[in-house]
Design a protein around this ligand. Structure first.
Ligand code: FAS
Length: 391
């Protein structure tokens, strides 16, 4: 097989890159290691920055999003048993929109399949060859055969546990990692999200997060110890703990319903600053991981892919290497800004094991500053809404 751009991974990064390249008349093949059902069933991000919404609309993938997306007007924060809120819209009317990652991925897959463009599922990539030559190759398995995809360029969009990052020789030395001593026990629930109980709660029992994936599906999280036995929690235990942590002195309670899915997410922050080596570029979670508190993971992937698609367009159509040479530098400005914000927010709302009353008071001061000072609100809103794109 031969193509211009070989894309590893059919997550948001790989699929959106394929779409943008297609619009610019550049061929690609997407190789996805898991099955189509598995990819479509994965529940992850839920909140899109304005830039992500605009990008999906710009490339013709926004129709369902504009019908089903739920724009946010405010962020609720709870601490010391009280509810506080701040507007989440900036002076240019940019805002966050709730629209689950599973829907973004489905929209992109539907479009690719409607256009009959190559997207191979159950096609795990096993190795890359000659990434520093002008004829890089991808070795993958498909339908019980060992296959090779010859390309002009390889895009590693294969997530944190993917294969591509290891083919950048200085990736290890140029990577930075922070592991948090707690994680998120997440549940997907069939219950209409209660608009009076949204956002983050800081409590001495641990943080809680209440968000929506649609008007009838809620996505709720409890901070737990990484070694927590999640099976020991009955459904009632989960609902009671969520109500306990989200209480704010009012009689509001969460709408309850069937728990459709349980999962656990480690909280970590990771950045690999070597995002390009020869004819290989990595994008999305293959290059960075942010604690989900800042709702940045998917949005950062979109930012990377915008730069990568334009860099590949200029290189493959005009031989212009300027943007591809600056790919890492441009992406990292946005990445580090989002990682910093996500870690600030994570540190402010979670209880660290053994933290002192002094530490807790420092958290209250940070939360107070973001909600009740003009400069704090500006910082909070501009960080949540994300930096403007450079490309
Ligand atoms: P992805 O991991 O989505 O996609 C990579 C793809 O590559 C996968 O389909 C994988 O199967 C495939 N792949 C891997 N190795 C391969 C190989 N060798 N060959 C072929 N294919 C291979 N972000 C937010 O913004 N908000 C949230 O609330 C949020 N919640 C999250 C909750 C959980 C439990 C997790 C795990 C992540 C969450 N994230 C959240 C982050 C998440 O949404 C990512 O940022 C997003 O999926 C990044 O997209 P991709 O870079 O495309 O990586």
């Amino acid at each position: 097989m031969r193509t211009q751009v070989g894309i590893i991974g059919a997550g948001p990064a790989g699929l959106l890159l394929a779409r943008i390249l297609q619009v610019h008349g550049i061929e690609s093949v997407v190789l996805e290691g898991r099955s189509r059902d598995h990819v479509l069933a994965r529940i992850r991000a839920g909140v899109l920055e304005q830039g992500t919404v605009d990008t999906l609309n710009e490339y013709g993938v926004g129709e369902r999003l504009m019908h089903e997306g739920i724009p946010h007007a405010e962020m609720q924060l709870r601490w010391a048993g009280r509810r506080h809120a701040l507007p989440l819209v900036d002076e240019t009317n940019r805002r966050m929109t709730t629209y689950g990652q599973a829907k973004v991925v489905r929209d992109l897959i539907d479009l690719r399949e409607t256009d009959h463009l190559p997207l191979l599922f159950d096609a795990p990539v096993e190795s890359l060859e000659d990434v520093n030559s002008d004829r890089p190759r991808i070795r993958f398995a498909h339908d019980g055969q060992q296959r090779t995809l010859e390309c002009d360029f390889i895009a590693g969009c294969d997530g944190f546990h993917g294969v591509s990052r290891q083919y950048s020789p200085d990736a290890e030395e140029k990577s930075a990692l922070r592991e948090y001593p707690y994680g998120w026990f997440g549940v997907l629930v069939e219950a209409a999200p209660n608009p009076e109980i949204r956002g983050f709660a800081h409590t001495t029992r641990g943080a809680a997060v209440c968000s929506a994936r649609s008007k009838t599906i809620g996505r709720l999280y409890l901070q737990v110890d990484p070694n927590e036995n999640l099976d020991a929690w009955s459904d009632d235990d989960i609902w009671n703990e969520l109500d306990l942590r989200m209480q704010d002195g009012s009689n509001n309670r969460l709408n309850r319903g069937r728990i459709l899915q349980r999962d656990f997410a480690r909280l970590r922050a990771f950045v690999c600053e070597s995002m390009r080596y020869g004819r290989l570029c990595i994008a999305g979670d293959a290059a960075h991981i942010v604690p989900p508190s800042g709702a940045k993971g998917l949005n950062l992937a979109v930012g990377d892919v915008r730069v990568l698609a334009e860099a590949l367009r200029r290189f493959l159509t005009k031989g212009d290497t300027d943007l591809i040479d600056r790919y890492s530098e441009i992406c990292l400005r946005r990445i580090w800004h989002s990682v910093h914000w996500s870690c600030l927010l994570t540190d402010a709302i979670h209880m660290a094991p053994g933290q002192s009353r002094f530490d807790t008071q420092m958290q209250y001061e940070a939360l107070q500053h973001w909600v009740y000072t003009e400069i704090g609100r500006k910082h909070f809103v501009s960080s949540m809404l994300g930096l403007p794109y450079e490309v």
